[in-house]
Design a protein around this ligand. Sequence first.
Ligand code: GCO
Length: 264
Amino acid sequence: MTNSLFDISGKVALVTGSTHGLGMAMAKGLGESGATIVINGNSSQTKIDEAVASFTAAGIKAVGYKFDVTNEGDVIDAIAAIEKEVGVIDILINNAGIIKRIPILEMEVDDFKQIIDIDLVSPFIVSKHVAKGMVARRQGKIINICSMMSELGRNSVGAYAAAKGGLKMLTKNMATEWGRYNVQVNGIGPGYFATEQTAPIRVDGNPFNEFIIGRTPAAKWGDPDDLAGAAIFLSSKASDFVNGHILYVDGGILATIGKPSNEI
Ligand code: GCO
């Protein structure tokens, strides 16, 4: 007897920025639970095709759409094509994002604006146009990928923190406006995960690598597959009365002030 609470079979899930990293891992988790996955990227059709091929080889129904999540015209056209060719979007994960690690005093305004554009404005754009259908159908799930930086600051990631802090509050506002139409909007806040994005700060001997392992009660970097459970939960019936919540999957970082490095 399997519990249907977590059953997302037959649902269509659009995951932005899902050709690699955390987006791909969450998309894979939803696909292995029976959802049809819409892979998105904007840098390379080859990467999209490779991601679709890897999902298909794993028995996951997947299709790819290349579009720029910061361009409203692109997003409108892509959503229309997806809903015509694949089916209505039941689940949206706003994962696409970038980071630039530059101290505020050295950061150019254009760099700051680019981070805000991709990491905060694009979830607004994509959600606005996907939610129109969800609200009309009185059903939908939206998950915004937040961050430790939705709650904490850190040297050199000021623009990213501003975007991810804003995304936390945008999530709560979407939940406020669309909850009455049975559209649940929540966030996932990943801790520190072993991905391409964190590779530069994860190298052996980098003090930050040791710092994060010491700062995380689980005493390790997260594996991208550790996010699948949270994505499935927030995409399924099991979370129908969860709204405006940021689910942190961080190995316990936000639970602690950390410990002195010499603690036994
Ligand atoms: C950094 C990291 C973080 C993580 C993640 C933490 O430079 O501090 O890249 O931003 O990627 O966002 O939740």
